[in-house]
Design a protein around this ligand. Sequence first.
Ligand SMILES: [Zn+2]
Length: 96
Amino acid sequence: MTQPRSEHRREIWPSMCIGYGVVSGIEWARALDAGLAVGTCSRCGQLMKPLPAEQQGARIVYPARCAGCGREAQGMGPRVEKPKKSAQDAKAARVT
Ligand SMILES: [Zn+2]
C-alpha cells in the first residue's frame, strides 16, 4: 500500500485554495496583509502563518510557517501562463 505524501496540502486549509491543493493568490495576499493564519501544523497543531509568495520556475510557491514549532509548509499556486505563448496559440487558432 503506497500512498502519495501530500502533507503540506493538508496543512494549508482548503479555504485558501481554489481546487485540489492549488493556493489562491488573492486569499493568500489577504491573509498575509491581515496577519491571518492559513493552515494548521501537522506536527504540533498550532496555526501556520503565511509568508510572501515566491516564483519558482513556472509556478508560484506559497510558503507558510508554524507559529509554534517553526515547521514550514508550502502551498503551490496555479501554473504561470506565459503571455507570449497564449497569444501565439490564440493567433494560431484564428488562422486555422
Ligand atoms: Zn508546528
